[in-house]
Design a protein around this ligand. Structure first.
Ligand code: ASP
Length: 352
């Protein structure tokens, strides 16, 4: 773990950048493939970091990675770094690859309970060395957001885990990567942006989650014994059983159609019933990007409720995976686990 001071113009405001890798900090290797560089190389390409009106320190999570390689261990490390440095910095920026940024931001939102400071994930579509890079603008704006204060009360403006990209600040557990070619890579279909970065930073204060002051509680356990079962016409019983009958399985994110609909065939419902009888918690998430799961709206979802399957409301797939891992990781009773899954824990759902 290496730390370095990037600027020291106004030491009373300070940000810790947690560098994990991703395109922002990549360069081409001899084979013409993009691979991550160390942060020192990024810093050389971003002299503006030294002109910022705040104190910025950088810590690398480990060897920089393409975010396709991110693991739960990396999430624990990020959470721990934030906890260990919580009192020393005004805010935190996580420089992360875009591919799994929404998963990591969602996971961190659950791991960091009672968060009272800003944690902004950002990255880029074009490496920092590229002439049309978006890394500079994204990182600089993320740093500004990380230290933003309420103009009147002087309190932290966005005490949330969020994603800043292109011009939008989005709640972390509402974010989705929607673009791999354009600059506007992230969107939140079911929740308004927390801020918009034009010439000015315009905060959408009514949408920002303000919690009563409490001590940060950092969780360090997620249950990885879950699976993601996405429905499509033609999915066979054999395929479903192969996923649901894995030994030790504790949870399943079931990606259904429309407002949470699934086949009504006996064999399909039996697979789910047997999984439920084995204690598998099932969270129903829609394949639609917008809208919500309403079990019981159609006949094709009514039986899911009878099986004790939890409707995921308007949760994203990324947040559903993190939430299921988190709630199962708490090790509560089946009834309490079901109850927590229906609750809005970190602003990840809007209850219908
Ligand atoms: N593959 C890269 C990553 O997720 C993509 C990016 O950063 O934009 O690390």
């Amino acid at each position: 773990m290496s730390a370095l001071a990037s600027s020291n113009n106004r030491p009373e405001t300070s940000v810790l950048v947690i560098y994990t890798g991703g395109t922002a900090g990549m360069a081409y290797n001899k084979q013409g493939e993009l691979v991550p560089m160390k942060f020192e190389q990024i810093r050389k390409k971003m002299p503006e970091l030294n002109q910022l009106n705040m104190h910025v320190e950088v810590v690398s999570l480990g060897e920089p990675i393409d975010s396709s390689n991110v693991t739960m261990a990396d999430w624990y490390k990020m959470a721990l770094l934030i906890q260990e440095n919580y009192a020393r910095y005004d805010g935190f920026v996580v420089l992360h690859g875009t591919d799994t940024m929404a998963y990591s931001a969602a996971a961190l939102s659950f791991l960091l309970e009672n968060l009272g400071k800003t944690v902004v994930f950002t990255g880029a579509q074009v490496p920092v060395g590229g002439i049309r890079t978006d890394a500079r603008r994204n990182l600089i704006t993320a740093l500004e957001i990380a230290v933003a204060r309420n103009p009147t009360a002087g309190t932290v403006r966005v005490p949330e885990v969020c994603v800043f990209f292109n011009d939008l600040l989005i709640r972390g557990n509402r974010a989705k990567k929607v673009e791999s070619q354009q600059y506007d890579a992230f969107r939140s279909e079911n929740y308004p942006p927390l801020a918009r970065a034009g010439i000015e930073l315009e905060f959408n204060d009514e949408q920002i989650r303000l919690l009563p002051a409490a001590r940060l509680h950092t969780h360090q356990h997620l249950d990885e014994r879950i699976t993601l079962l996405s429905l499509y016409p033609g999915l066979t019983e054999r395929m479903i059983r192969a996923q649901l009958e894995v030994e030790g399985l504790r949870g399943c994110v079931l990606e259904t159609y429309g407002s949470g609909n699934a086949p009504t065939s006996a064999w399909f419902l039996n697979c789910l019933r047997e999984a439920r009888e084995r204690g598998v918690q099932v969270l129903n998430v829609s394949q639609c990007e917008e809208g919500r799961v309403i079990q019981g709206r159609y006949e094709t979802s009514a039986q899911l409720t009878d099986l004790g399957i939890i409707g995921g409301d308007d949760i994203t797939r990324e947040a559903a995976i993190a939430k299921l891992m988190f709630v199962l990781g708490l090790g509560r009773s089946a009834a309490e686990t079901s109850r927590l899954l229906t609750h809005n824990l970190r602003g990840e759902i809007t209850l219908g």
